[in-house]
Design a protein around this ligand. Structure first.
Ligand SMILES: Nc1ncnc2c1ncn2[C@@H]1O[C@H](COP(=O)(O)OP(=O)(O)OP(=O)(O)O)[C@@H](O)[C@H]1O
Length: 426
């Protein structure tokens, strides 16, 4: 029903006054950065990932609610990217979104009948007020708000959270959409009603022939609800497959980490606790190569090691040292910002005349922790004209690979790197 190719959504940040004066291009957040996806009619596709992985942006881009900055979205033979608001409008009827917070999604001063009927007026559907009332009634009954007349005259404040979300769903289905993008539709609801709302969505899917994109950071509900699951990390799909495949046979180290973090029933945990160095990096300057490599427990030589990784390894080391040892080691650097430089070779300036000591420190780090994955990506550490130069291996961006029935973006599955990954796993 929907085919997405190379989709990009980069949010251009407004630069400060200085960058404007200097004529610098302000940085962009690469919220969605090269997504390929096919949605089949009637299926439920889950988009799963930590906060900031780009799920909401992708969901909104599919409906034309945020403009794509590159790539293509074809909906039934029509290209959506680049369509004017006027041309998108009639299509929006078929492409609807249900948001996370039912309390914020309904206007508190509008009764439920008016709120659910509003899209009919916007899209000029129904021959008369009476006809629209009939459609609203039907939608309310379909979502289990019956008798509909009673609910139509109520206000959002008269409803429980679950009932509000039912009303929001009624407002979406009153337009008879093809596709519903549901963004965390149950995460704000009481635990006791979550399963009921998901069940309602499953039933509606079957009855109304709906296709769903279900956005969540919660793999447990994705397992319950989805036919296929796409795991997102920093704007990319790192693994996609049937729910069965993803849950029984996860391949990508990130998927594995997320699965290990599925909480016991009754508990919701947002962030997988056992991921190393638990922060999702900045989407303005994502790590090069595989963007998961700094947190990956299986990363190896080609994954994209760079100076920033050396800096975090140093900082981890210093966090473990006592204050005087830390002071001694950090005093060897003229400026740690040298380690923020991009590129395959980084030049680190030592404090005056201390290049030899700085080189010795890096060699000591390596012998103290030879298993640190970073070293696999470093080809040389050398002194050069008063500075210490660290050379990194050429990084390779992961490409989508068919593994079993899944698609995985990870060098571990790339036959070109098999000898290196075997060496790394020894
Ligand atoms: N309007 C915007 N302007 C600039 N950056 C944005 C904007 N909206 C989102 N972002 C950034 O884009 C990236 C992806 O955000 P997005 O909300 O799509 O992720 P998400 O996976 O849905 O996260 P969450 O689960 O927290 O909703 C983040 O780095 C976020 O800060």
């Amino acid at each position: 029903m929907l085919t997405v190719k190379g989709l990009q959504v980069h949010y251009q940040l407004r630069g400060g006054a200085l960058s404007r004066v200097l004529g610098r291009t302000p940085p962009a957040v690469k919220a969605v950065d090269g997504i390929d996806l096919t949605l089949r009619r009637g299926e439920v596709l889950g988009l799963v990932g930590e906060s900031g992985s780009g799920k909401t942006t992708l969901g909104r881009a599919l409906l034309g609610l945020v403009p794509a900055t590159g790539g293509s979205i074809r909906y039934q033979d029509q290209e959506l990217v680049g369509l004017s608001e006027g041309r998108l409008r009639p299509l929006r009827r078929k492409l609807q979104m249900v948001f996370q917070d039912p309390h914020a999604s309904l206007n508190p001063s509008m009764d439920i009948g008016t709120a659910v009927g509003d899209p009919l007026r916007v899209h000029d559907i129904g021959s008369s007020d009476e006809d629209r009332r009939r459609l609203v009634k039907q939608a309310l009954e379909t979502v289990g708000l019956a008798p509909a007349e009673r609910y139509m005259s109520m206000y959002p404040s008269d409803l429980s959270g679950g009932q509000k979300q039912r009303a929001v769903i009624a407002r979406a289905i009153v337009l008879e959409p093809d596709l519903l993008v549901a963004d965390e539709p149950v995460s704000m609801l009481d635990m006791s009603v979550r399963a009921k709302i998901l069940q309602l969505m499953i039933d509606l899917g079957e009855r109304l022939d709906l296709t769903y994109v279900y956005i969540t950071h919660d793999l447990a509900t994705a397992k319950l609800f989805c036919d296929r699951v796409a795991i997102m990390y920093l704007g990319r799909i790192v693994e996609i497959g049937t729910s069965e495949e993803i849950f029984n046979n996860p391949r990508h180290p990130y998927t594995k980490a997320l699965l290990r973090a599925i909480p016991t029933p009754g508990l919701i945990r947002d962030v997988p606790h056992d991921l190393p160095r638990g922060e999702v990096p900045d989407a303005v300057r994502p790590p090069v190569g595989c963007s998961f490599h700094p947190r990956c427990p299986a990363a190896f030589a080609p994954c994209g090691w760079e100076a920033r990784d050396l800096r975090s390894t140093l900082e981890d080391r210093w966090a473990r040292l006592d204050a005087s040892a830390y002071k001694e080691e950090s005093a060897l650097f003229a400026d740690l910002k040298d380690l923020d430089a991009p590129g395959r070779s980084v030049r680190i300036r030592p404090a005056a005349g201390r290049a030899g000591e700085l080189l010795a420190l890096l060699e000591r780090m390596r012998s103290d922790a030879p298993d640190e994955r970073l070293w696999r990506g470093i080809t040389a550490v050398r002194e050069d004209a008063g500075a210490v130069v660290v050379d990194f291996r050429e990084q390779v961006d992961p490409v989508p690979l068919a593994v079993g029935t899944a698609r995985v973006e990870c060098h571990l599955f790339d036959p070109r790197f098999a000898p290196l990954s075997e060496e790394a796993s020894r």
